[in-house]
Design a binder for this molecule. Sequence first.
Ligand code: PLP
Length: 404
Amino acid sequence: MAFKPANNIQDLQYFGEFGGVNPSISDSSTYTFLSAKTMFDTFEGNADGCYLYSRHSSPSNLYLGQALAAMEGTETATVTASGMGAITAVLLQLCGNSDHVVSSRTIYGGTYAFLKNFTPRMGISTSFIDITKLDRVEAAITEHTKVIFCESVSNPLLEVADIAALAKLAKKYKIQLVVDNTFSPLSIAPHKLGADVVIHSLTKFINGASDTVGGVVCGSQELIDQLRNVNDGAAMLLGSTMDSLRSASVLKNLRTLHVRMQQHSFNAFYLAQQFEALGLKTVYPGLESHPSHNLFKSMMHRDYGFGGMLTIDVGSLEKANELMELMQEENLGYLAVSLGFYKTLFSAPGSSTSSEIPEDEQEEMGLSDGLIRFSIGLDADIERTFFKMKECMEHLEILEPEAV
Ligand code: PLP
């Protein structure tokens, strides 16, 4: 039977302590034991169902983790205080001194900075590769490689990773494929395509309210146990634990993710088609002009579309800034980083979310100055939004005013 991620979330029922329709929030950092022996066993990791200390796990975090594991189809999951908290914990758990990572070269700027500038201090080296060129990915793998890292749909260039093919490579060399699926929740299920570990920044579409940061690692029970191990677990020891109040709030927002993703995708597809028809350089995986359109189509869950992210290139940073300021003035969205909000968000990645990447490398990967990244919102009337955006572009002479 087809994998139905939203059904899997919906089928999980959690009731509150007094029959509440939402589970009770665990409001404790520590837990009592009826016997000293059980406390000892819990420390040793041998007492299922017992809670020890909330940096290790808490009932609220387990509920959210279970729902996200159900969404991704993995054995289990652990939630973290941020997306970076998930990414850094996984990479440091899987790699140590003299290990090597093969990473997509177009990834979120923070992940790039972590691999480029931070992990070398621990003796971990990274090769940044064009992930769409499988021969180059394979050629970069060495005897020290432990991980292939990529984003399903990359930030900000919207390159699409061939997850099944990368998983095959990872299996061949007995290494782990770690996929950041932040841009395409529900649409793409990386584990079902063979990825070993799936990560999300919950800060984005999954929470959808731009009111919190959060992250999750979805994977095997073995990996999640390792991450939480009291002696050498990266999630436990680096302390990137999500707070229970926050995980309860993210779980409530997760309940509406399927409806929101449909609307984000509907609106983004409409705008991408219109922008392209106007002659703007538009990148959106739903457009036939996208180099990986057919690949995305072959991986996607049709109900959730091609996602809410698109880019246009208006030629220069100056024009990009003018357009974003004007669109904000016209209340068409906010000049802000991040994504997945009800309101459209736009930013120029070269000078914001990807500014960690040196300019010459930005150029090499095709990240141009005039690029604007849009996270398309849940606008009720996307046609009206389009006409107003078009007016802004005409006013700034990005588009020729239409002859009357
Ligand atoms: N992964 C992707 C694709 C992102 O866009 C981001 C943040 O922008 C992150 C990870 C990091 O997530 P967080 O900000 O929740 O730490």
